[in-house]
Design a protein around this ligand. Structure first.
Ligand SMILES: NC(=O)C1=CN([C@@H]2O[C@H](COP(=O)(O)OP(=O)(O)OC[C@H]3O[C@@H](n4cnc5c(N)ncnc54)[C@H](OP(=O)(O)O)[C@@H]3O)[C@@H](O)[C@H]2O)C=CC1
Ligand SMILES: O=C(O)[C@@H]1CCC=N1
Length: 265
């Protein structure tokens, strides 16, 4: 099956292309690639992928079209994709807007961990998407990690805010943590290592059992020691509130983006 990727050299499009090739989900001659800056002589170590010059060529040669351009670049694409399965990675561009390309619409929300095959990429399928299409979506998304089907399109905006944010909030935590260490006179190298221990090493303990986070916190609190003192101070300073406000702002931005992207009804 030929899969077209519009935005094949971008952060997500490139990760998808790499995953499809390295996991053997697509052969190189089954990948039809489009970007703005033109063909690359080497695409993740493969030469015989198919580069096209415009969206019409890509649609003509693809059964499935993945749209992975930034939302503000969607309108200029003027995509026409009659009868094709369209998988949009774009934040904020809703199915009503996407459906003007006349394809069967799926919206998926991967994250930057696609780069290491660890994206959680939930998807939502609009009317007219068949069971066979859903199987195709699952197979393609398996190239970059795991997926679930969502019940409503509105949940895509929520997924944009949370898993879509990828490493953003861990990075914020790391910057604040390392900043504290440096302010106390710890060297840069050790400060970043200390932050990595907490953000990455600590998070690994929860991998695959995130629903146990409340119990883990209770265990730390139970010590009535240093971490409990830190947890209480963070809560008093509005830690949970800051996270909630951040996710609400990101969700709200996603809801407003179709208009921001210049889509005039
Ligand atoms: N990055 C992330 O963590 C996440 C991103 N998303 C969504 O995924 C989409 C892609 O994001 P991301 O990969 O970060 O973006 P990038 O800016 O990294 O990549 C955009 C890609 O689109 C190409 N492009 C832009 N305009 C056109 C055009 N008119 N025709 C053909 N190709 C074009 C660019 O080409 P060129 O390289 O030649 O400039 C580039 O390959 C966005 O809509 C975003 O909302 C969703 C979840 C997470
Ligand atoms: O920040 C953004 O707009 C994109 C979409 C979700 C994650 N990154």
């Amino acid at each position: 099956m030929r899969t077209g990727i519009i935005g094949a050299t971008g952060w997500l499009g490139s990760a998808l292309g790499a995953g499809l090739l390295s996991r053997g989900i697509s052969r190189p001659d089954e990948l039809v690639l489009l970007n703005r800056s033109g063909p690359r002589p080497d695409y993740h170590g493969y030469e015989n992928v198919i580069w096209v010059a415009n969206a019409a060529d890509l649609v003509a040669q693809s059964e499935v079209v993945v749209v992975s351009v930034r939302p503000e670049d969607w309108a200029a694409l003027k995509l026409k994709a009659d009868g094709r399965l369209i998988i949009s990675f774009m934040a904020g561009i809703d199915a009503r807007t996407l459906s003007r390309c006349r394809g069967r619409i799926v919206r998926a929300m991967p994250n930057a961990a696609a780069e290491i095959g660890a994206s959680y990429s939930p998807f939502w399928a609009a009317e007219g998407v068949s069971e066979a299409d859903r199987a195709t979506v699952r197979r393609l998304l398996s190239a970059i990690g795991t997926t679930d089907e969502l019940e409503t399109e509105a949940q895509i905006d929520l997924m944009t805010a949370l898993p879509g944010s990828g490493a953003a909030y861990p990075a914020m935590m790391a910057v604040a943590m390392a900043g504290f260490m440096r302010a106390q006179g710890v060297s840069d190298v050790i400060a970043w290592r200390a932050a990595e221990a907490a953000v990455v090493g600590g998070a690994r303990l929860l991998e695959g059992r995130m629903a146990e986070a409340p119990e883990l916190l209770a265990a730390y609190r139970g010590y009535r020691g240093t971490t409990a003192a830190g947890i209480e101070a963070a809560e008093a300073a509005g830690f949970a509130k800051a996270v909630t406000v951040a996710l609400a702002a990101a969700t709200d931005k996603a809801r407003r983006m179709t208009i921001d992207a210049g889509d005039q009804v």
